[in-house]
Design a protein around this ligand. Structure first.
Ligand SMILES: NC(=O)c1ccc[n+]([C@@H]2O[C@H](COP(=O)([O-])OP(=O)(O)OC[C@H]3O[C@@H](n4cnc5c(N)ncnc54)[C@H](O)[C@@H]3O)[C@@H](O)[C@H]2O)c1
Ligand SMILES: Cc1cc2c(cc1C)N(C[C@H](O)[C@H](O)[C@H](O)COP(=O)(O)O)c1[nH]c(=O)[nH]c(=O)c1N2
Length: 172
């Protein structure tokens, strides 16, 4: 039998990869919703993040992508500690509050928090919380990628979550 030639006619893929096409595609990559917090010399801050990912279990580590234009950027880069709080099905309003343009005090007033080992606020009632020390930072495009060593994990009572998909929240 003869092997098929590898070259195939190029199919039109649709949208050229500009900013809009990229975002349109990414809107279909569903992601868990988290509120990432910090506290320390540069003060308390927090923001909603979906660009959070497990890196390695040895050492236990994860990454968070943070836009350098966010109001919280200086606090995160100076404190060097953060907590990733995985949101549950009832946390949609909290996600909106931490999703921008709300004064920091107002964001934190909407929930109860416990100080973690790193000093970053742990969200009471989170599905899971990862208390972290930032060990390395890479700058790429508009974002900094914060590589974090996980110091402690706290699990909530129920394994239920909130996913952002197609620009809407979905309870899982
Ligand atoms: N990674 C991120 O920084 C990120 C992720 C999700 C949402 N957001 C923010 O929330 C707003 C609303 O988002 P939406 O999902 O409802 O609609 P959208 O059309 O702005 O974004 C669609 C998807 O594109 C990606 N995206 C959006 N802005 C990005 C950015 N600056 N850098 C990298 N990826 C980005 C995300 O995966 C997002 O879910 C956005 O304007 C953005 O500021 C940022
Ligand atoms: C569902 C969802 C998911 C994300 C965001 C928003 C929303 C609604 N935002 C945006 C981020 O939360 C927002 O820019 C910060 O709250 C900072 O806003 P201020 O600059 O403080 O107004 C966001 N930003 C970021 O830097 N990395 C991320 O992964 C995400 N993910």
């Amino acid at each position: 039998m003869h092997a098929q030639p590898l070259a195939r006619p190029v199919e039109p893929l649709g949208l050229a990869v500009g900013r809009e096409a990229f975002r349109e595609g990414m809107s279909r990559l569903g992601a868990a919703v988290t509120v990432v917090t910090t506290d320390g010399p540069a003060g308390r801050a927090g923001f909603t993040a979906s660009a959070v990912c497990s890196v390695s279990d040895q050492p236990p580590s994860l990454l968070v992508c943070l836009n350098r234009s966010a109001s919280v950027f200086d606090a995160f880069s100076q404190n060097g500690a953060l907590c990733v709080n995985v949101l549950g099905p009832d946390h949609e309003a909290l996600s909106r509050l931490f999703g921008g343009r709300t004064p920091m005090a107002e964001r934190f007033e909407a929930a109860d928090w416990t100080a973690s080992v790193s000093g970053a606020p742990l969200l009471d009632g989170a599905t899971a919380s990862f208390d972290c020390r930032v060990v390395e930072t890479s700058t790429f495009g508009s974002h900094d990628v914060l590589f974090c060593h996980v110091l402690a994990v706290r699990l909530g009572g129920e394994a239920a979550g909130l996913v952002y998909f197609d620009r809407r929240y979905h309870r899982v």
